[in-house]
Design a protein around this ligand. Structure first.
Ligand SMILES: Cc1cc2nc3c(=O)[nH]c(=O)nc-3n(C[C@H](O)[C@H](O)[C@H](O)COP(=O)(O)OP(=O)(O)OC[C@H]3O[C@@H](n4cnc5c(N)ncnc54)[C@H](O)[C@@H]3O)c2cc1C
Length: 391
């Protein structure tokens, strides 16, 4: 015996719940299936428990994809303001933390509760705790077997996310299913992830726990935010951001003193010739970092005894300190997965597979990856909205 629906959504995460809500409020009968014991687990741990649910400065340029135009349509049809309207309609207090990032004042739980209330308003059936055993397509549509049950619908939405943080139940299931229906998958890789440093950078690893604002650059991409030294390498928002652009073998450059005017070390020498470089650096940087950098620059003694040439060279090194990471902390620590279901096979308007009628893919499962700071949830809402309007 098979229950029939208008649409079956696989994955009760951000994208899946939102898509189900949109479709249900249009009168569709929707079933959402998730193998986890409860819905929205990643939302609950997001933003340090406060969920950075969108970014008011969302722009398509702030997403990585093989097709950088793909996200434009969906992002323009469901904006951060649209999501904020819903948050406010549910009386959820929020604040902007920094750089357009909007967080709940209270808890991420409020966002999950809001999504579930909205789904309940549309009579969505949310079933958790059973793995999807199989998905088949016939003239009648899609048949999904899960636990001891099965359901059928003309539309199937893949919203099972990517494999980042497997211990939370994240899997590569979306890719297996996409391949089953002939869709291509862009090689998935960990993104928004700490980078690791090789053994010869031990000096910096000893700075574990030290943070400072930097400009970090990889190729043509740069971010100005905090970087954090860890016992394995580098982390903090600036590093997580650049990690999405980093590929093995790339050098990452750090400007430890962003905003300093050219010639500032020579100016310091003229103003205070008796002061040591370490002390000058310590005025703008955490003490342990100032010491480590001064040691690596090998410039000891008073500034007045150092040549202008040596100071120019030190200034240039401090503004473009090279690190060659030997890897990242991988999917276990990655906030998101870059790559995923190839957008070339999907409609940017509806998220429907071009060659497989009734099959949709949304959220992190798709090859669209946002910057740190609420961009990934905004993609989950916007792609969920696009599919929810179409199914
Ligand atoms: C620690 C952490 C903090 C984050 N903080 C933020 C933040 O503050 N702001 C932001 O924008 N982004 C944040 N992100 C990223 C954000 O959580 C994701 O981009 C977003 O959740 C993606 O939504 P999704 O619905 O596509 O996938 P998910 O939310 O991952 O949902 C996928 C669902 O599918 C289910 N599933 C997986 N495999 C199967 C299967 N085989 N069968 C059935 N169900 C399955 C999972 O259980 C899950 O419920 C954070 C991520 C992490 C890990």
């Amino acid at each position: 015996m098979s229950d029939t629906y208008d649409a079956i959504v696989l994955g009760a995460g951000a994208a899946g719940l939102f898509c189900a809500r949109v479709a249900a409020l249009r009168g569709r009968r929707v079933l959402v299936l998730d193998h986890a014991e409860k819905p929205g687990k990643k939302i609950l741990i997001s933003g340090g428990g406060r969920c950075n649910f969108t970014n008011i400065d969302t722009l398509p340029e702030r997403y990585l994809s093989n097709n950088t135009h793909f996200a434009k349509s969906a992002l323009s049809r469901f904006t951060p303001r649209d999501f904020l309207d819903l948050v406010e309609a549910h009386g959820i207090a929020w604040h902007e933390k920094t750089l357009g990032q909007l967080f709940c004042d209270g808890s991420a739980k409020q966002i999950v509760e809001m999504l579930l209330e909205e789904c309940a308003r549309g009579d969505v059936t949310v079933h958790c705790g059973d793995a999807v055993a199989s998905v088949e397509r016939s003239d009648e549509g899609y048949t999904v077997r899960y636990g001891a049950a099965q359901a059928q619908a003309p539309s199937l939405v893949i919203a099972t996310g990517g494999p980042s943080i497997p211990k939370m139940g994240a899997t590569g299931f979306a890719y297996d299913l996409a391949r089953q229906f002939g869709l291509k998958v862009v090689q998935p890789r960990p993104a928004l992830v700490p980078l690791t440093l090789p053994a010869d950078e031990a000096l910096f690893r000893e700075l574990s726990g030290v943070a400072t604002e930097v400009v970090v650059t990889c190729g043509k991409t740069a971010f100005r935010e905090a970087a954090l030294f860890t016992h394995r390498g580098l982390s903090g928002p600036a590093i997580l951001q650049i990690s999405s652009y980093w590929q093995r073998g790339d050098t990452v450059h750090i400007d430890f003193l962003p905003g300093q005017e050219s010639g500032w070390l020579k100016a310091a020498k003229r103003a205070r010739p008796k002061v040591a470089l370490r002390k000058v650096l310590g005025e703008s940087l955490p003490d342990r970092l100032a010491q480590a950098l001064a040691e690596r620059l090998a410039l000891t003694g008073e500034l007045g005894n150092l040549s202008d040439k040596a100071l120019d060279k030190a200034e240039a090194q401090l503004a473009r300190w090279p690190f060659v990471p030997d890897g990242s902390e991988g999917f276990a620590k990655a906030e998101v997965t870059a790559g995923g279901i190839d957008t070339a096979g999907l409609s940017s308007k509806t998220m429907e597979a071009r060659k497989v009628p009734g099959l949709y893919a949304i959220g992190e499962a798709v090859d669209v990856t946002g910057w740190l700071g609420g961009y990934n949830f905004q993609w989950a809402w916007a792609s969920g909205f696009a599919a929810g309007e179409a199914i």
